[in-house]
Design a protein around this ligand. Structure first.
Ligand SMILES: Nc1ncnc2c1ncn2[C@@H]1O[C@H](COP(=O)(O)OP(=O)(O)O)[C@@H](O)[C@H]1O
Ligand SMILES: [Mg+2]
Length: 261
């Protein structure tokens, strides 16, 4: 299967709920294989932004293009998402949870497949479980797993469908710090192996600086103290980051390159 280069173009996107402006003038170009981390104050619109990329929320103005096509306004297999709160089904085993995504894609109405197709799906699901080190827990139920294992399951459930774009909304926010660093290693390995383009929201600024190749800061450029809903947040900083960047050059960047778009 040939995968074309993902280029995401976000042009002057606004999101408003009734008379509250959440996001304004958001513009961004993203190349294939970028690992974008997103930070910003609670309630500033980060999840809304991710849900727009997923196709669940529509911009009021502006456009989001993927591979030069306007984003289809519904979730599709080329984009996968993992939220902070576990999205796994408690009444299904670990293997059944991973299988379900594949079966729903293959057989939308029945939710399961049969015969060779089923065997092929079980093989793919088992491989993905092995990749996230959950193969030995395949027959367990989610309640029998630790928080870290449940998030690995949520990742497997999403990645088994081979999305090109992975959207992560504070995926490790509820995990103990020890588990989190293991998840960082796993996520970076999967990012490289599976040829992904990643958007990851985090409330941990250190995670934002170390994990991604590009850090976006969402904030309001203007604030009306009498009407806090009058202005929305936008991307105020867009910084190259990662292990290869030194903190002093990042700080230089912050001084000279605020994104005023
Ligand atoms: N469906 C909705 N209807 C009305 N307001 C909403 C809706 N979804 C989100 N909001 C509001 O949009 C703002 C941004 O929310 P969100 O994107 O979840 O922020 P963040 O993820 O940065 O914490 C919040 O004030 C929230 O209450
Ligand atoms: Mg959020």
């Amino acid at each position: 299967m040939v995968r074309c280069v993902v280029v995401i173009e976000i042009r002057n996107v606004w999101k408003r709920y009734v008379d509250k402006i959440v996001l304004e003038k958001v513009s961004l170009n993203v190349e294939k294989n970028e690992f974008i981390t997103i930070v910003g104050a609670s309630g500033c619109g980060k999840t809304t932004f991710l849900r727009m990329l997923l196709g669940e929320v529509q911009p009021c103005e502006g456009s989001i293009m993927i591979d030069a096509d306007r984003l289809i306004p519904e979730p599709s297999a080329d984009r996968g998402v993992v939220f902070q709160r576990y999205s796994v089904f408690p009444h299904l085993t670990v293997l059944e949870n991973v299988l379900l995504g594949l079966e729903l894609t293959d057989s939308r109405w029945l939710g399961r497949t049969f015969g060779r197709r089923r065997a092929h799906n079980v093989e793919r699901a088992s491989e993905m479980l092995e990749r996230v080190s959950l193969d030995r827990a395949a027959d367990n139920y989610p309640s029998e797993l630790s928080g870290g294992m449940q998030q690995r399951l949520a990742l497997a459930q999403t990645l088994v469908k081979a999305p090109r774009i992975l959207l992560l909304d504070e995926p490790f926010g509820a995990l103990d710090p020890g588990y989190r660093s293991d998840m960082h290693v796993l996520l970076l390995d999967l990012f490289r192996e599976l040829d992904l383009t990643v958007f990851m929201i985090t409330h941990d600024i250190a995670e934002g600086f170390s994990l991604g190749s590009r850090l976006l800061v969402f904030d309001k450029l203007r604030v009306d103290p009498h009407n806090p809903d009058l202005y929305g947040a936008t991307i105020t900083f867009d910084l190259p980051v990662g292990h290869h960047r030194r903190l002093d050059s990042i700080m230089d960047n912050m001084n000279v390159k605020p994104n005023q778009a």
